[in-house]
Write a protein that binds this ligand. Structure first.
Ligand code: FEO
Ligand code: CA
Ligand code: CA
Length: 688
């Protein structure tokens, strides 16, 4: 393989290789600002030391159904699997392995895949979703065109089989953020034009697009299907749950506090068993200007806790849309930061923002359904030293598939209890910040879920946090979690439940502030100071209950480094892996991990990890994405792997005149965020 040495990335304190322009537009420069969580220490080991670990393990309910980031909708097509109809791996029992030649770290401007596999692009930024939409023209963009074309910077992807149509699917994709300097020639960062602002707003949100498979391969091609839809930063959403209608959510345009225009910063997501798609509003703070103009102490403290910063925003939407100016509309920002739910099967439906699930920088939301039919949603708050949450619904899934079942199912996430996680290590005295394993089983511990907010079937909330109302807990959830001793994690990203075992996996992507002067030091779940490569947490959860046990599956990085751990597997036989972000399961119970911000001087990639048997911990790179991109939204089915290639060519010195990447079109073309699909040349099973 040809390796291309390039000095592409700005290093932040020698940590994750994320370009400064990515930080500016994607995460509101979180890399450069003080971390928003300055709450007191939260390590209440004594409270949970009495947990009976053995009892917890016994109590863990088996899954009948687990769908989420990267999973095909279970019970709905050949590619889907659930535990009830689990097909053991031809390689052995579930979760015991994949077979392909690992892709070496590289800096190619291409998707690099194993020998014997093929690939194609499914859909690119600007591709038309409707017959009356124009073809993409980089030099002739318009907001009207963008509103009918595939959006920018795809992150989460769901692939939902269309019933009754062989090899046809709905592809539902999030569009997390835009970068004006890479989308337009001659872009004036200080004063984007009104049309440019309208284009970037229209490039946000989600796309729903029908895709068709090709016989004999895994190739997918987009079509002008009847379900095709664009949701943007100006599409109407309905606010539900205990904060809906509260004073915190009222604005001059919406005195009812129940209708909000648009969704932004949509990172990862999940698929529900009732056929809808969940999407996490993540770094919404970066879209709102002038937090310094809000001087009322309680309101200012709330803004600070969510990382709002003074003055202008990177996108400058506040110039043309007063909703994004906190000085004019102080409550508009309280209407973002939720889990949103979209019914892709009804293009006329009004999507929902669920306030019962709390307001935070939701990475995504992953649904798990217990054997008893209880619905649990897991979500991470992606910020250094922020928390992990779950929502346990009091409603069960109604099957039947008709309109009345769907009406019921769309309220499942509006009634139940929101919890935040507190973790305790088994070997606190042996955790020294170096990453040295404290026991022959590695890093292990127990935990409990602390209830914050209960929402009744009447939609009314009950606060479970002293000194806060239910509305306050729903809208300022981070402040509620600060009060109860939640554990400060290393940027919790995706959750995913194993469809065979019910164990829940969490990507903790990195935290270069861990153990820094004045900051919280290491603990057993976050065991490294200046953590630049991240770790994968494995939770054995009593899904509807409040207790769990946990261990670290992977402590990521260069396997040659002493501070890495691959579940005890031989480190000479694994791929280097850095900054885990999105998780997915294949139909055979193997975990797949995509990365964002590889700190090991290679392009980001997608990896498979063995969870069970003698090879537990074996980690292999399946593909790498082009220069400057991160790997998102993996979907791994029997016959294909989908990845969202987000921000190809994104680097600080890249411009439309001097692009870093020409992927996917090649030649002199501009880079375009796109969804790609990979399949086995002979049409066989992925990873076998
Ligand atoms: Fe948008 Fe947490 O990554
Ligand atoms: Ca992410
Ligand atoms: Ca990411």
């Amino acid at each position: 393989m040809r390796l291309t040495p390039l000095a592409l990335f700005v290093k932040h304190d020698g940590q994750s290789a994320r370009a400064a322009v990515t930080c500016e537009y994607k995460c509101g420069n979180a890399c450069f600002h003080e971390v928003p969580n300055t709450s007191g220490g939260a390590y209440f080991g004594d409270i949970v030391s009495s947990l009976n670990r053995r009892g917890l393990l016994k109590g863990g309910a088996a899954a009948v159904l687990a769908v989420g980031a990267g999973s095909a909708l279970a019970a709905c097509g050949d590619d889907a699997r659930n535990a009830g109809s689990a097909t053991p791996s031809p390689n052995g029992p579930p979760g015991t392995g994949t077979e392909f030649g690992a892709v070496a770290p590289n800096k190619e401007d291409a998707i690099v895949i194993p020998d014997g596999y093929d690939q194609s692009v499914v859909i690119r930024w600007g591709d038309p979703l409707f017959a009356d939409a124009p073809a993409f023209d980089f030099d002739k963009q318009s907001a009207a065109a963008q509103a009918k074309q595939f959006g920018y910077n795809n992150d989460f992807a769901a692939l939902l089989p269309i019933e009754g149509q062989a090899n046809a699917y709905l592809l539902v994709v999030n569009h997390e953020y835009t970068t004006g300097p890479h989308m337009f020639r001659g872009y004036d960062k200080e004063a984007p034009t009104d049309e440019q602002n309208a284009i970037t707003q229209a490039a946000h949100g989600l796309s729903v697009v029908e895709v068709h498979g090709e016989a004999g391969t895994g190739k997918l091609t987009s079509a002008f299907g009847k379900y095709n839809r664009r949701i943007t930063a100006t599409t109407e959403f309905k606010l539900t749950g205990p904060a809906a209608g509260s004073d915190f959510l009222k604005t001059s345009a919406d005195p009812t506090g129940t209708k909000v225009l648009g969704t932004i910063a949509n990172c990862s997501g999940g698929v529900t068993p009732w056929g809808t798609v969940l999407s996490g509003e993540e770094n919404f703070n970066g879209y709102f200007a002038n937090s310094d103009k809000v001087t009322e102490p309680a309101a200012a403290a709330r803004l600070k806790r969510y990382g709002f910063t003074p003055g202008k925003t990177p996108n400058r939407w506040e110039r043309t849309d007063k909703r994004f100016d906190l000085a004019q509309e102080p409550n508009e920002a309280n209407r973002f930061g939720y889990v949103v739910e979209v019914d892709p099967w009804d293009p006329a439906s009004t999507p929902i923002k669920h306030t019962a699930m709390g307001r935070l920088k939701h990475e995504g939301a992953t649904i798990y359904v217990t054997k008893g039919g209880d619905v649990v949603s897991y979500t991470g708050d992606d910020e250094k030293f922020d928390y992990m949450y779950k929502f346990v619904s009091s409603r069960k899934v109604q099957s039947g598939g008709g309109a009345s079942s769907m009406r019921h199912n769309l309220t499942i996430l509006d009634a139940g209890t929101l919890y935040v996680a507190q973790l305790t290590g088994d070997h606190p005295e042996k955790v020294d910040g170096t990453g040295a394993t404290p026991s022959d089983k590695g890093f292990t511990g127990t935990g409990r879920w602390i209830p914050l907010l209960e929402t009744g079937s009447d939609g009314k909330g009950k606060s479970l946090v002293d000194g806060m109302s239910a509305e306050e807990v729903a809208v300022f959830t981070r402040l509620a979690a600060d009060k109860v001793g939640a554990t400060k994690m290393d940027r919790p990203e995706d959750f995913e439940a194993n469809p065979y075992t019910g164990k829940v996996y969490v990507a903790l992507t990195n935290n270069d502030n861990r153990g820094k002067d004045g900051k919280q030091g290491p603990d057993e779940a976050n065991p490294r100071n200046m953590n630049k490569n991240g770790q994968i947490l494995e939770i054995d959860d009593d899904h509807t209950g409040t207790k769990f046990t946990w261990s670290l599956l992977l402590v990521c990085g260069d396997p040659k480094a002493a501070d890495t751990y691959f579940a005890g597997f031989d480190k000479t036989k694994v791929s280097p892996i850095s900054c885990p972000d999105n998780l997915a399961f294949d139909p055979y119970g193997n975990l797949w991990i995509s990365t964002d911000g590889n700190a090991l001087k290679s392009n980001d990639g997608l990896f498979s990890v063995v969870l069970d048997g003698a090879n537990r911990g074996a980690t292999k790179q399946f593909l790498t994405v082009p220069r400057g991109a991160e790997t998102c939204g993996p979907v791994v089915t029997e016959s294909r792997v989908l990845v969202c290639v987000q921000h190809p060519g994104e680097a600080d010195d890249a411009t439309p005149e001097n692009p870093l990447s020409h992927w996917p079109d090649g030649g002199a073309a501009q880079p375009r965020p796109s969804v790609a699909v990979v399949w086995k040349k002979n049409g066989g099973r992925i990873g076998f």
